[in-house]
Design a protein around this ligand. Structure first.
Ligand code: RM4
Ligand code: MN
Ligand code: MN
Length: 385
């Protein structure tokens, strides 16, 4: 691929940032409040707007309902537009209510399942109102102890609930199904892995696709292979990018393992229609500034993608055909080791954004301004409440 083509492909990469990444969050031990962290959905959108202004590639923001619920979604859509944004994926939050102790869409009680389904349908309606085409579903459902519930019955409830939800999707709207192998449940999770998610999506129909959250696998899982297989099967709907070292750490994308991010982006670079894939960030910041972290994630994704686009695929295919194991490996490494900063500087020049968006953010005074205006929220830790 020549440089012009690489730049064009990079220009087409859009990354959605999550509203929930701009507020205070923490671990189950403590939430350290960050000065100026967004307190309302309006502030979360304003901060996402800053990320868009500085990077030029984050034109949409994902919402979590009810965290981001408002009375008038027309007003919220207009507020987003004022900040240069549109509203992206709508995420029903089926884990923040006492009623969901034993699950939501898989709950043993049909009345609670119906309530969870209503919440999902409400998200479909919100997506329509804000002009979004994605409802993105992650369930906290699962069990903590062997014998707590019947695994097969739970799967049947999940299937039936999702079938009902699927029927409520208008044309053109996609349901992205996110899996995770543990947490908050510790013995079984009802959507534990990409295989279960893929089977369900197959069963539901073409508007259902799998969402890969890069932090939701057991240690050592070959995530890029999952991506490759889902792409081959037409089942890859989108990503929640973040990085992890041990569990669902939700760290800055590419911060712990940039080579893994590169390998994932290679699969994207080699697929004909990457625009169909929803590239979203899902991270939470415990000890760091939110906006700064988000911009770093965006830049790391662009860096990895630029390197992936530079892989000499012809030489790679030749080496693979010749059985030149290490020759093939070296082709990948050559791209990974390329300094793509000049290329990204060109990209950003063309987009009319600063060459170093993090430096620009740090110099902009925005962090100090919101710290002054919004102050430092006092956040109760889980153990103190
Ligand atoms: C989960 C999952 C979801 C996100 C919630 C807040 O671990 O990654 O995507 O919506 O966290
Ligand atoms: Mn996620
Ligand atoms: Mn997660």
């Amino acid at each position: 691929m020549d440089e012009r083509e690489v730049l064009e492909r990079l220009r087409r990469l859009e990354i959605e940032t999550p509203s929930w990444g701009y507020g205070n969050s923490g671990t189950r031990f403590h939430v350290f409040p960050w000065p100026g962290a967004a307190r309302t959905v309006e502030e979360r959108i304003a901060d996402a707007g800053v990320v868009q202004r500085l990077t030029g590639c984050c034109p949409s923001v994902a919402l979590h309902i009810p965290w981001d619920a408002v009375d008038d979604y027309g007003v919220l859509t207009a507020h987003a537009a004022d900040h240069g944004l549109r509203i992206g994926a709508i995420n029903p939050n089926l884990f923040g209510d006492d009623e969901y102790r034993l699950g939501s869409l898989c709950h043993p009680d049909a009345a609670i399942r119906a309530r969870a389904l209503d919440e999902c349908r409400e998200c479909v309606a919100i997506a329509e109102q804000v002009g979004s085409t994605i409802v993105s579903l992650w369930l906290a459902d699962g069990t903590n102890y062997p014998g707590q519930d019947n695994l097969r019955a739970r799967h049947e409830r999940l299937t039936a609930s999702l079938e009902e939800l699927y029927r409520s999707l208008p044309d053109g709207m996609r349901l992205l199904v996110e899996y995770k192998f543990f947490e908050p449940a510790f013995y079984s999770t009802d959507l534990p892995d990409w295989g279960t998610a893929a089977l369900l999506c197959r069963q539901l129909g073409p508007q259902a696709q799998v969402l890969v959250d890069t932090g939701h696998h057991p240690l050592g899982t070959n995530v890029e292979q999952i991506v490759a297989v889902l792409l081959a099967q037409g089942l890859l709907g989108g990503f929640h990018f973040n990085n992890r070292k041990y569990a669902d750490d939700d760290l800055i994308v590419g911060s712990v393992d940039p080579f893994e991010l590169f390998r994932i982006m290679c699969e994207i670079a080699w697929t004909p229609e990457p625009e169909r894939i929803a590239f979203m960030i899902d991270q939470s910041h415990n000890v760091e500034g939110k906006i700064d972290a988000m911009i770093q994630s965006v830049m790391n994704i662009q860096t990895a993608y630029a390197k992936a686009l530079l892989v000499d695929t012809e030489r790679l295919a030749d080496a693979q055909r010749d059985g030149d194991v290490l020759g093939a490996h070296r082709v990948l490494l050559a791209a990974f080791e390329t300094d793509v900063r000049p290329l990204l500087a060109q990209l950003r020049g063309g987009l009319g954004v600063p060459e170093d968006p993090v430096a620009a953010f740090r110099e902009s005074g925005y962090a100090e301004e919101i710290a002054r205006e919004r102050g430092t929220a006092s956040v109760q830790s889980a153990y103190e409440s």
